[in-house]
Design a protein around this ligand. Structure first.
Ligand code: SAH
Length: 380
């Protein structure tokens, strides 16, 4: 394990990496090194298809002359995130990684295996500026945006882990959810560059299907509309958390700028343009937003729209005054919303015992010293 309390160096930006670049920019970068442009495809194949890590990539470029490999790797595939910690739970079906960036900041990602699919939940910013009071990341504010390569590397690392067999039977990564730290649409360009690299077929990208990708937004209406214009049919999830502006103003402060009516308008546009149901996230908080009159309001708000409600039992942050709803109240809430013929499911709570949700592990790392950083989970 590396030293968690190492000083944070303030470098202007993460090292340049091929995942920050378009295909044309990669070719230009390789040409600048005095190499033929097709070396860009060769190193991309080593990274995205062979899933080589920063140490292994030199050997993985089997189709590149040995003399060129080190320079190519140093220029285009340096290490952008190093794994500080690796925790497993749910009998090894959930693996959480804590990453340190070049400047000493921490982010986290979680791999969740299911019998026939595997999902990675990734971070898109160090911290978050949206200030939702129930969210561990929101409480710390925004430190900085993540680069495209930092976002992509979490996904490539997940694919690598799943393929290696180190986390159960080898399998392919099928799903990516942007539900880790940060607001992806507030880091628009790097997020889009990363998303394109996830979707691009080999050798330029990971070749994932848009159907397997979910982008979760707090509800930045203009950014959602801009994203809709990109015509990339991923699933959109919107963090609603309350059916009325009065309560949403306090749970999701960005509601003061983009109220529920505007959020519902853009959700309607997204659903009708993509033909995909939009997922409505609703963290159930005891006595705050779990009353049955709010369930009725939610049902009336969503009735007849192309949406699906994803109820998330609140994962209380340390020191929080809030708690999850009782199972009985949760069930009554589900039944009430469902009575409006609105599809509703309750999200599984993978990884809770390893600070699995919502920035809690990175928050703990920030405040811990090497002496007190031990914990009961299985460290790598
Ligand atoms: N910025 C994006 C991604 C946030 S994380 C967004 O706002 O959608 C993904 C989801 O987890 C969001 O719906 C977020 O509101 C929710 N969440 C954050 N903290 C939580 C907590 N303590 N318990 C339950 N859900 C939480």
């Amino acid at each position: 394990m590396t030293d968690l309390a190492a000083p944070r160096r303030r470098l202007a930006r993460p090292p340049a990496h091929l995942a920050d670049l378009t295909v044309d920019e990669r070719r230009a970068a390789v040409t600048e090194l005095g190499m033929p442009a097709f070396r860009a495809e060769q190193i991309s194949r080593a990274y995205f298809t062979r899933l080589a890590d920063p140490v292994g990539i030199v050997d993985a470029m089997t189709d590149v002359p040995v003399a060129d490999r080190a320079a190519l790797a140093a220029a285009l595939a340096p290490e952008v995130l190093s794994e500080v910690r690796h925790l497993t739970c749910d009998d090894g079906w959930t693996v959480k990684s804590l990453w340190r960036a070049h400047d000493g900041n921490f982010v986290e990602s979680v791999v969740m295996r299911y019998p026939n699919r595997a999902t990675v939940c990734v971070s898109s910013q160090v911290g978050c500026g949206m200030a939702c009071p129930f969210c561990a990341t929101g409480q710390g504010g925004l430190t900085r945006n993540m680069s495209a390569a930092e976002i992509v590397e979490q996904v490539v690392a997940a694919a690598r882990l799943l393929r290696s067999g180190a986390a159960g039977e080898p399998m392919r990564l099928s799903n990516v959810v942007f539900m880790g730290m940060g607001e992806p649409l507030a880091n628009y360009r790097p997020f889009m560059t990363a998303l394109r690299a996830l979707l691009a077929p080999s050798p330029s990208g990971l070749g994932l299907s848009a159907r397997g990708i979910t982008v979760s937004s707090v509800g930045l209406v203009p950014a959602i509309r801009r994203f809709l214009g990109e015509k990339i049919p991923v699933t959109l999830a919107v963090s609603l958390h309350a059916p009325d502006d009065e309560l949403r103003d306090s749970l999701v402060p960005v509601n003061l700028r983009f109220p529920i009516s505007e959020v519902m308008d853009v959700i309607g546009e997204y659903a009708s343009t993509t033909g995909r149901r939009v997922s409505i996230e609703y963290a159930l908080i005891r006595d705050v937003n779990d009353q049955l009159d709010r369930a009725h309001l939610l049902g009336r708000l969503l009735r007849g729209t192309r949406t699906h409600v994803n109820l998330i039992p609140l994962d209380p942050t340390p020191g929080s005054k809030w708690d999850a709803s009782s199972p009985e109240q949760q069930q009554r809430f589900v039944d009430t919303v469902a009575s409006y013929r609105v599809p509703v499911t309750v999200r599984d709570t993978r990884g809770r015992e390893i600070d699995g949700a919502c920035g809690q592990l990175a928050a703990a790392a920030r405040s811990s010293s090497p002496a007190d950083s031990g914990d009961s989970s299985s460290d790598s």
